[in-house]
Ligand binder design. Structure first.
Ligand code: 4NP
Length: 156
């Protein structure tokens, strides 16, 4: 399960942390490879944005050990699920995806259709409420994603 945004310092590390926590609780912590990556090059090797770390910590998620990295072509074969935070991320991933590789590629919020919104807004240039909004949206969609993953694992 690979979560992808632009910088890999705000949204996708948050999704990684929230999903990891839910997967561990569901007993899948060792069964599923969980990671995050970015499409840009600016924050390679950086920890998540301190605002993202703090906001997540208040809700019980530890993002501090995550380090930014860029999406690579091999990610498409290593990860059966690649989950984008917004439409721009998704379009970039569709262009990067090698044609012969299968797997799921889609938006995180597709797993929370009742929210009525497709994209997780980039909080980087805004205030602290943006980071809370990211957490709200991620927490609302992770259960649906985990359920879909469990359905496919059940088939194996
Ligand atoms: P992210 O947020 O894609 O959620 O990690 C961003 C972080 C940094 C920048 C853009 C988005 N930036 O332009 O530096």
């Amino acid at each position: 399960m690979l979560f992808v945004c632009l910088g890999n310092i705000c949204r996708s590390p948050t999704a990684e942390g929230v999903f990891r926590s839910a997967a561990v609780r569901a007993g899948l912590g060792k069964r599923v490879l969980i990671d995050s990556a970015g499409l840009g090059v600016q924050h390679i090797g950086w920890p998540p944005d301190p605002r993202a770390i703090q906001a997540a910590k208040r809700r019980g998620y530890d993002l501090a050990k995550i380090r930014g990295r860029r999406v690579t072509a091999t990610d498409f074969s290593r990860f059966g699920w690649i989950i984008a935070m917004d439409d721009a991320n998704l379009q970039a991933l569709i262009e990067l995806k090698p044609p012969d590789v299968g797997g799921y590629l889609g938006l995180l919020l597709d797993f929370a259709p009742d929210l009525g919104t497709r994209e997780i807004p980039d909080p980087y240039f805004g205030g602290p409420e943006g980071f809370e909004r990211v957490l709200d949206l991620v927490e609302a969609s992770v259960p649906g994603l985990l359920e879909r993953l469990q359905d496919t694992l059940g088939d194996q």
